[in-house]
Design a protein around this ligand. Structure first.
Ligand code: HGY
Ligand code: MN
Ligand code: MN
Length: 416
C-alpha cells in the first residue's frame, strides 16, 4: 500500500494547457514570447496568473518590487512557508518556458494538492519574481536581489531601460507596486523548477537535473568614446574608431574565455552605437560583457584580465574607455539537504536524473542567500533558450513538476 501521496503525479495536461494559455500573452514573432518586465504584456500575464491562483484558493501578497506571493495556508500557523517560484517575464525573443514553467508548475503543485485533498503543515507560497531577465532593466534577478538584500530598492527603482524609463515609474504605471515591505517574508525553503537552457540533460538522456550549484557571473558595461566622423571622407589614419575598439575587445573576451576552458564562458549580447548612423563613425559605443564560471578564481581572473586589456586596446586607438560592473553574483552552492530531497524524489518517481550545475542565473541564486534553496531542471530541445524556438516536451515538463510536487510535500509535510 503506497504511503499517502507516494505515487502522486501532477496533471500533465493541465500544466501544459496553462503554459500554452500564458504563451498567448506577449507573443513573439516566431512562436515564442516577448513579455518583457513591466510592459502591458507583463501586467496581463500577472493578472492571468493571479486569476488562476485565486481560483485555486490562494491569497495574494505583493511587495514594493512587484514580487507576487500566492499563499496556500498550512495547518501549522507557526511554520514558515515553503516557496516555489520563478519568473513570468521573458527576453525580447524569449521562449515559452524560461521562468514560466517554474511559476506554473508551482501553481500545478497547488492544484494537485487540492485535487488530492492533501493539507500540508507548512504553508506553500507560489512566487513570481519581477524582472528576472534583466533584459529591459539590468541587472538580471533584480527584484529577488532586492528581496535578498543584495540591492537597495532605490537602486532598483532608478534602473533605466534603453528608452530612459525607470523601473520605479514602469512598476507604478502597470499598477503593481505592492504594499508589502520587500524582503520581510521569511522562507522555510525555496524550490525553483526551470528548463536547463543548455544541452546536457538531453544529450545524457536524463529527465531530471538535480541542481547542486549555479555558476557565477559578471556583467561589465563598457563605454567607449571615439570621435564622430564621416565614414567616407575621413582618412583611416585620422579615425578615432570606437567601433573598432569594441570589436577588438570582443575578440579578446572570446580569447580569455577559451583560455579558461573548461568551465568558462564569455560574450556580448547587447551593443549600442551612437549616433548609430550608417555613414558616421560612432562617437560612443556602449556594450555589456557577460562572463561566467562555476570556479570563483576563473570568474574573477577573467574579469581582471578583461578590465586590464580593454584600456590598452582603446589607448592604442586613441579611444576613451570606462567600465562599470552592472551585474554580479558569485558561484552558488545550493542547500545539500534540499538537493538530496530532489534527488530522492526523482529516484522514488523512477525518473532518470543527474547532478548538474546551472549555466544560467536564476532567482534561486538570491533566494539561497536568505533561505535553504535549490533547483530542479528538465531538458530543453537542442539546449536552446533565449530564442523563440525554445522547446520542451509535455512529458519533460510534467516529470519535473512531479519531482517538485514530491519535494514540496517532503519539505512542507503532510498534515495528519
Ligand atoms: O542571465 C541569466 O542567466 C538569466 O537568464 N537571467
Ligand atoms: Mn529564467
Ligand atoms: Mn532567461
Amino acid at each position: 500500500m503506497a504511503a499517502p501521496g507516494e505515487n502522486m503525479r501532477v496533471n500533465a495536461d493541465r500544466l501544459w494547457d496553462s503554459l500554452m494559455e500564458m504563451a498567448k500573452i506577449g507573443p513573439g514573432v516566431a512562436g515564442g514570447n516577448n513579455r518583457q518586465t513591466l510592459t502591458d504584456a507583463d501586467a496581463e500575464g500577472r493578472k492571468l496568473f493571479q486569476r488562476w491562483c485565486e481560483a485555486a484558493g490562494l491569497s495574494m501578497g505583493v511587495d514594493t518590487m512587484g514580487n507576487m506571493f500566492m499563499t496556500r495556508e498550512g495547518t501549522d500557523p507557526e511554520a514558515l512557508p515553503v516557496y516555489v517560484g520563478s519568473h513570468l517575464d521573458t527576453q525580447p525573443t524569449g521562449g515559452k518556458y524560461d521562468g514560466v514553467l517554474g511559476v506554473l508548475a508551482g501553481l500545478e503543485v497547488v492544484r494537485s494538492l487540492n485535487d488530492l485533498g492533501i493539507r500540508t503543515k507548512h504553508p506553500i507560497v507560489v512566487t513570481n519574481w519581477t524582472n528576472e531577465e534583466g533584459a529591459r532593466f539590468a541587472p538580471a534577478m533584480l527584484a529577488s536581489g532586492v528581496f535578498a538584500g543584495i540591492h537597495t530598492q532605490d537602486y532598483a527603482y532608478a534602473r533605466r531601460d534603453p528608452e530612459g524609463k525607470t523601473f520605479g515609474e514602469e512598476l507604478a504605471r502597470i499598477g503593481w507596486v505592492g504594499d508589502e515591505e520587500v524582503g520581510a517574508r521569511k522562507m522555510h525553503a525555496y524550490f525553483e523548477y526551470h528548463i536547463e537552457q543548455g544541452p546536457i540533460l538531453e544529450a545524457e538522456e536524463k529527465q531530471i537535473g538535480v541542481v547542486t550549484h549555479c555558476q557565477g557571473l559578471w556583467w561589465l558595461e563598457f563605454t567607449l568614446t571615439g570621435r564622430e566622423a564621416h565614414t567616407g571622407s575621413t582618412p583611416m589614419a585620422m579615425r578615432v574608431n570606437a567601433g573598432l575598439a569594441m570589436a577588438r575587445i570582443l575578440e579578446m573576451v572570446q580569447a580569455v574565455a577559451m583560455e579558461n576552458q573548461p568551465g568558462a564562458v564569455g560574450g556580448v549580447g547587447q551593443v549600442f552605437f551612437s549616433p548609430n548612423s550608417r555613414n558616421v563613425l560612432p562617437g560612443k559605443v556602449v556594450f555589456t560583457v557577460d562572463i561566467r564560471s562555476p570556479d570563483q578564481a576563473k570568474l574573477d581572473g577573467m574579469r581582471a584580465r578583461i578590465e586590464a586589456e580593454a584600456p590598452r586596446i582603446c589607448e592604442a586607438l586613441g579611444v576613451g574607455c570606462s567600465v562599470e560592473a552592472v551585474g554580479h553574483f558569485d558561484p552558488v552552492t545550493f542547500d545539500p539537504a534540499l538537493v538530496a530531497t530532489v534527488r530522492k524524489a526523482a529516484g522514488d518517481l523512477g525518473y532518470s536524473h543527474m547532478n548538474i550545475v546551472s549555466g544560467a542565473g536564476h532567482d534561486a541564486c538570491w533566494a539561497a542567500k536568505v533561505a535553504p534553496a535549490t533547483m530542479i531542471m528538465c531538458p530543453c530541445v537542442g539546449g536552446l533558450s533565449h530564442n523563440e524556438a525554445e522547446d520542451i516536451s509535455k512529458e519533460w515538463a510534467a516529470a519535473g513538476a512531479d519531482v517538485l510536487l514530491h519535494a514540496v510535500i517532503g519539505t512542507a509535510g503532510i498534515a495528519e
